[in-house]
Design a binder for this molecule. Structure first.
Ligand code: C2O
Ligand code: CU
Length: 485
């Protein structure tokens, strides 16, 4: 009864809406940024760790001194951290005590269809539960999990249903990167509140989401010792893009992206993060005197009329004092898997109605239909997908389930170095841009989705199904053959 038309019916108009909270009245840098809690397994048996989570509403102090109702994993906002190791299985039971159906997707995970948390594989509200099995047959990566119930995901993610899944392996463990208290995951997102401090959700109203949160607090501060820190940044915003910089303009290192470490660290002065993307960075605070205050600022995603002292600031670092630091960032971080040679090419065009007359969004002219397979892929095939944003004003991004891909080209220019040269599962497309991606579809047969990760656009239909099977015929078409999607 869950997957039916009922989900498509917009909520009835509620009582007259309260006025918006003026974001300029929210104090900045008053609350400490918490470090997300690591979830402990209920048991470890052989090569498997078992976890239990309850999807439930909770009240979170996002704005200083005020409580906001949110949707959470186990009451934490943002969700907890699962620490996983390649080769060790993780099994999670999710029990849905919310009033809406959910589906929990492990973003960036290489998992069987039955555990992918696909849009059509729902956990019933009011106590339904589902067991997700994550084999972790993939290298280290900064993954995250979030709701994916079709047409609900945008609102449920916005209301808080996201968590961290840090997958490590020997390659990463053998490096001497900052660790323990000096390795901090940070979920970044925006929000809009009413004057009773409750979240306001309206699909596509991203311009009004002008309060920026880091680990669930509005404009927090974070105390750091004068040494190196590793920050794993997750953009869990529905729609917001960030171009993150230090307020003194100084350099830091980017060591990783969606699918784990880059081949080599990059010296950068900014990192760009589209919704769903991750960046792994190392900042060396040893160059600052105790007492220094430094802002992690956001030079991206500022639309005309956006106040830079709101959406232009993310969090404040407060340098406390010196601390020992034996960590180091080596000049080589990993060897990326070799690119196979592709046998199939496909084209994908992302577009949406920019007149504002409808809320429809398309891939190759079609809105998502959970009963339609858009792309048939032969198991084991290596494919090149050319993805184009046909819109003039609207950015999009493109996320593929099941695989980590490589970005071969952006607007015809080869991508051989830089932040997009590692393993990726989500890629940005500014208006008019085209990217070429390469992926190998192996490991599991089954039906998965690709979609825009501006998640409001996915909810509007910018999503398609692909099916990987040993009986698909696309692989027989020979090298370089162009297939319809
Ligand atoms: Cu993070 Cu299909 O999504
Ligand atoms: Cu989009």
């Amino acid at each position: 009864a869950l997957g039916g038309a009922g989900l498509l019916v917009p909520a009835a108009a509620g009582p007259a809406q309260a006025a918006d909270l003026d974001p300029t009245t929210v104090p900045q840098f008053e609350q400490a940024m918490p470090v997300p809690e690591v979830l402990q397994p209920v048991c470890d048996l052989g090569l498997t760790s078992y976890y239990d989570m309850t999807l439930q509403e909770a009240d979170a102090e996002i704005l200083p001194g005020r409580l906001t109702r949110v949707r959470t994993f186990n009451g934490s906002f943002p969700g907890p951290v699962i620490q996983a190791v390649s080769g060790r299985r993780v099994v999670v039971r999710q029990t849905n005590q919310l009033s809406v159906p959910t589906s929990i997707h492990l973003h960036g995970g290489h998992v069987p269809q039955s555990s992918d948390g696909s849009p059509m594989d729902l956990i019933a509200p009011g106590g339904g539960s589902k067991i997700y099995t994550y084999p972790n047959h993939q290298p280290h990566a900064n993954l995250w999990f979030h709701d994916h119930a079709h047409h609900q995901e945008s609102e449920t993610v916005y209301r808080g249903l996201t968590g961290f899944y840090l997958l490590t392996d020997h390659v990463e463990q053998n490096l001497n990167l900052p660790s323990g208290a000096y390795d901090v995951p940070i979920a970044l997102r925006d929000a809009r509140f009413d004057d009773s401090a409750q979240l306001v959700y309206e699909m596509g109203d991203f311009r009004k989401r002008q309060v920026l949160l880091a680990n669930g607090k509005a404009w927090p501060y974070f105390e750091v010792a004068a040494r190196k820190y590793r920050f794993r940044l997750f953009n869990t915003s529905n729609m917001r893009f960030y171009l993150l910089q230090l307020s003194d303009g100084s350099a830091f290192q980017q060591i990783g992206s969606d699918g784990g470490l880059l081949a080599k660290p990059l010296d950068v002065t900014s990192v760009f993060l589209a919704p769903g993307e991750r960046a792994d960075i190392v900042i060396d605070f040893s160059r600052y005197a105790a007492g220094t205050r430094l802002i992690l600022s956001n030079a991206g995603g500022l639309l005309p009329g956006d106040p830079a002292d709101q959406v232009g600031r993310v969090l404040q670092f407060r340098v406390t004092g010196p601390a020992e630091d034996t960590s180091s960032v080596p000049s080589t971080l990993r060897t990326l898997p070799a690119l196979g040679s592709a046998t199939v090419n496909r084209d994908f065009v992302l577009s949406m109605d920019e007149t504002g007359k409808t809320m429809d969004a398309f891939i190759n002219g079609k809105t998502y239909d959970m009963n339609r397979i858009d792309t048939e892929i032969e198991y084991g095939a290596t494919e090149i997908w050319t993805v184009r944003n046909a819109n003039v004003y609207t950015p999009h991004n493109f996320h593929i389930h099941l695989v980590q891909f490589r970005v071969l080209e952006r607007d015809g220019k080869p991508v051989t170095s830089g932040p997009e040269s590692g393993l990726k599962d989500t890629v940005t497309l500014k208006p008019g841009e085209t990217v070429k991606l390469q992926a190998t579809f192996t490991g599991y047969e089954g039906t998965y989705v690709y979609h825009c990760h501006m998640i409001d656009h996915a909810a509007m239909g910018m999503m398609g199904n692909f099916r990987v099977s040993k009986t698909a015929t696309t692989g027989r078409s020979g090298p370089g053959r162009h297939r319809s999607p």
